[in-house]
Design a protein around this ligand. Structure first.
Ligand code: ADP
Ligand code: 5GP
Length: 202
């Protein structure tokens, strides 16, 4: 049994995934964020190696050919993937959790590769509220917001695959639910069986 909890958080844009990710990383010390590779251009204050590894399409495809991704997918015309190095690094550094901000295609691939991975889908309380949050964030033009709302519906159709759903209405409550999922997953018998066996032998 892997000590490292693989935790994929998926959501339509604007549902609050970034805010919830930040909260999770602040709450659980041993957690780290999995930095994906992407072929999309760097936006605003994003930092290479921190938010993403920004690479060319050739570099990305070379990594695919060499089977260096745990999962990868094309999202809105760009390629995104989690390199196997991210998992190796987290294990080498003794992290207890690895948080993935990936789409539903990636979550499915990750689960196929690592059946133990936990998948969580974040939903907004309503489509009106989702629009308000996208507008309130002030990062997107009106036509981009319409595009994101349509994409949100497409993404939300995949909710049925996920282990857990979190309705991000009241933020504190959603954050508490997310923390509760981590705590409960860590207490699963199969994750603690070795501890129990050690006790029996002592
Ligand atoms: P995502 O990463 O899913 O696109 P963000 O975390 O950037 O979403 O959140 C979108 C906007 O909604 C941000 O301005 C954020 O502060 C706000 N937000 C997040 N969660 C809530 C909540 N529960 N109630 C109200 N506003 C929220
Ligand atoms: P953005 O370009 O807004 O940062 O991300 C667009 C979408 O790509 C989001 O849904 C995000 O979760 C997804 N994404 C980011 N990194 C990865 C990844 O490594 N793999 C997959 N499958 N999706 C990713």
């Amino acid at each position: 049994m892997d000590e490292l909890l693989l935790f994929a958080l998926c959501a339509p844009s604007g549902a609050g995934k970034t805010t919830l990710c930040r909260h999770l990383l602040e709450t659980f010390e041993g957690f780290r964020f999995s930095v994906s590779h992407t072929t999309r251009a760097r936006r605003g204050a994003e930092v290479d190696g921190v938010d993403y590894h920004f690479v060319s399409r050739d570099t990305f495809d070379g990594l695919v050919e060499r089977d260096r991704f745990a999962e990868w997918a094309e999202v809105h015309g760009n390629r995104y993937g989690t390199s196997l190095d991210e998992l190796d690094r987290a294990r080498a550094d003794g992290n207890t959790g690895l948080l993935f901000d990936i789409d539903h295609q990636g979550a499915r691939q990750l689960r196929a590769r690592v059946p133990d991975a936990i998948t969580v889908f974040v939903l907004p309380p309503s489509m009106d509220e989702l629009r308000r949050r996208l507008e309130g964030r002030g990062t997107d033009a009106e036509d981009e917001i319409e595009r994101r709302l349509a994409a949100a519906r497409d993404e939300m159709r995949h909710y049925g695959f996920f282990d857990y759903l979190i309705i991000n209405d009241d933020f504190d409550q959603a954050a508490a639910t997310l923390s509760a999922i981590v705590v409960a997953e860590r207490a699963r018998r199969r994750r603690l069986a070795q501890v129990a066996e050690r006790l029996l032998r002592s």
